[in-house]
Design a protein around this ligand. Structure first.
Ligand SMILES: [Zn+2]
Ligand SMILES: [Zn+2]
Length: 336
């Protein structure tokens, strides 16, 4: 099969012909139709997340159809359309798994990091961690639901109740979560890089009541904020923008160092927390909610072979919405 391979952090991916994966009894073999490109992929390429499998096939927002099921797989059949998320496997026995925090599992294995992912024509995934994909979404639009959507949804849950929500970094995740938040009655305030009027306009089109640059104060104090951009200086900026009791949720897997700040910014029972990974419950809930909103997904598509170009465009902030690799041509055409 054709696959884009990361041989070493810091190097571009290479298009290679490699053997198809051979599924274990718990796994399904999936013909990949589409795979989202996530900022986490950049962190892995840049060596900011330690000890990836090498060589590695990146990609943890995978949509495809099942070609083969392992002997122990229940609930999925050949021909079903499925999605594969970042959480690829947990031990089910550690302290965290037993306390329903499988996202924090001590031995968790992640798709496109410890397990080969979706930048390839085929992938094998543990069926217990896969999701059926809601019917209304074509493959390319469904892919970003699986990380940008899921992790964003978990971050939104941690924002609790309130009226005014700030989103710092208006990329794939924020464009999805802005729609879910509005549906739930939040007013959305979008913060982008200074001068990024394209993203600010995009945020307004999606219903943001205000859009500006991340070093600006919003016109009203916020009740909560989610930081999607991997820039540590946004933490004190967001604390400054939230009212007493405000929540600041850091949704990225990696962030540059947070500059020191005065305790006054945290005082008044403001809260900072991170979001780590996802649980299967998050996935089930979010994939039910997305078509109810309904969440509209804006994508920029690239063929599999142009994964490096997609990653560069994401790095340079040139993607509006989500970048998605189109992997399998014939199946996608057949669905139209
Ligand atoms: Zn991701
Ligand atoms: Zn565990």
């Amino acid at each position: 099969m054709r696959a884009m391979i990361l041989e070493q952090p810091g190097k571009p991916l290479r298009l290679l012909d490699v053997p198809q994966p051979d599924p274990t009894p718990e796994q399904i073999l999936i013909r990949v139709h589409a795979c989202g490109v996530c900022r986490t992929d950049l962190h892995i390429i840049d060596g900011e997340l330690s000890e990836p499998k090498l060589p590695l096939i990146l990609g943890h927002e995978i949509v495809g159809t099942i070609e083969r099921v392992g002997a122990q797989v229940r609930g999925f059949n050949v021909g079903d359309r499925v999605g594969v998320p970042w959480l690829g496997w947990t031990d089910g026995t550690c302290h965290y798994c037993r306390a329903h925090h499988e996202n924090l599992c001590d031995n968790a294995r992640f798709t496109g990091f410890h397990i080969d992912g979706g930048y390839a024509e085929y992938t094998a995934a543990d069926a217990r961690f896969c999701f059926p994909i809601p019917d209304g979404y074509p493959d390319l639009q469904a892919a970003p639901l699986l990380c940008a959507g899921l992790i964003g949804y978990r971050a939104l849950r941690f924002c609790g109740e309130g009226d005014r929500l700030g989103l710092y970094g208006f990329g794939a995740s924020a464009h999805i979560i802005a729609q879910v938040a509005r549906h739930r009655g939040w007013q959305v305030y979008a913060f982008t890089r200074r001068g990024d009027s394209a993203s600010q306009n995009f945020a307004r089109e999606l219903g943001a009541v205000w859009a500006g640059s991340s070093d600006e104060q919003p016109p009203e104090d916020l009740d909560a904020a989610i930081i999607f951009a991997p820039a540590g200086e946004l933490v004190p900026a967001a604390l400054h923008a939230v009212a007493k009791g405000g929540r600041v949720v850091c949704a990225g897997i990696h962030m540059s160092d947070i500059p020191s700040f005065s305790y006054d910014l945290l005082w008044g029972e403001r809260i900072i927390r991170s979001v780590a990974n996802l649980t299967r419950r998050d996935g089930k809930e979010f994939l039910q909610i997305a078509p109810e909103v309904p969440v509209h997904i804006e994508i920029t598509e690239f063929p599999l072979e142009q994964a490096n170009e997609a990653l560069l465009a994401l790095r340079e902030g040139r993607i509006q919405g989500a970048a998605v690799l189109r992997v399998s041509h014939e199946k996608i055409n057949r669905q139209r």
